[in-house]
Design a binder for this molecule. Sequence first.
Ligand code: AMP
Length: 280
Amino acid sequence: MKVIVSARALAREMDRLRRQGKTVGFVPTMGALHDGHLSLIRRARRKNNVVVVSIFVNPIQFGHGEDFTRYPRPVGRDKTLCLRAGVDYIFMPRPASLYPKGFGTFVEATELSRPLCGAKRPGHFRGVTTVVAKLFNIVKPHAAYFGAKDYQQAVVVRRMARDLNFDIKIEICPIIRERDGVAMSSRNVYLSPEERRRARSLSESLRYAWKMINKGERSAQKIKAAIRSILGKNVSKIDYVEIVRLDNLTVLKRLSGRALIALACFVGRTRLIDNVVVKV
Ligand code: AMP
């Protein structure tokens, strides 16, 4: 496994491998790796000759007052996990090299970046699509792997890739959860034991929504109300609970076809997200 810091050096290696006819699978991350990330890496490993993982805490996707500076960066542990998972290249660029002085070009998938997390974190998806476009141009992978944990991010990236003619297959992989249902997240380390227990209410509320739908409930309003009541006192603030069409993220009043039930809330001071895809 090679750890590469320079974009030019990585691009050169990738050109060489592509010329040899190798397929390249790419997993972009912000590090602090857990089984969610590793599931993407394993998928990329199964389907490609070469696996590249980027570890980059992208400053431009964090808002003012968000957790950019305290975001966990356990670099040594991440390298060991990547090595064990059969990663070929870790790309760890420095912020100043991806965003040199005078940097001023941004990529934005306008429509899909507006609802849900986009409404609560202005500029967040613009930061994501900008860095992912840059990483795609450096790595030029055949396929890239994203987690359904950040469902909106995955569809935003897929739209960006389509709209800008990136010839890259975007695969969305299932959410990996802890035994008690809590979606794995690098941010879970922020939670106190009491908050960690309360964080269960996110996945519990989504499971309850599933049950309502299985019993025939189709009113989005009733399902959202039930979710909010389960979150109740477990969370300090709800950013949103929403039911949207899976393909274009527009709000659904009645459930039909494939829908995404998505929520974001604060447990203590930590912002957590979760979702489930339902088919009715
Ligand atoms: P992050 O490091 O949080 O930016 O995440 C990097 C990638 O891992 C993104 O595509 C995430 O959606 C994905 N990911 C994070 N947590 C999970 C999880 N619990 N299950 C599946 N994928 C995940």
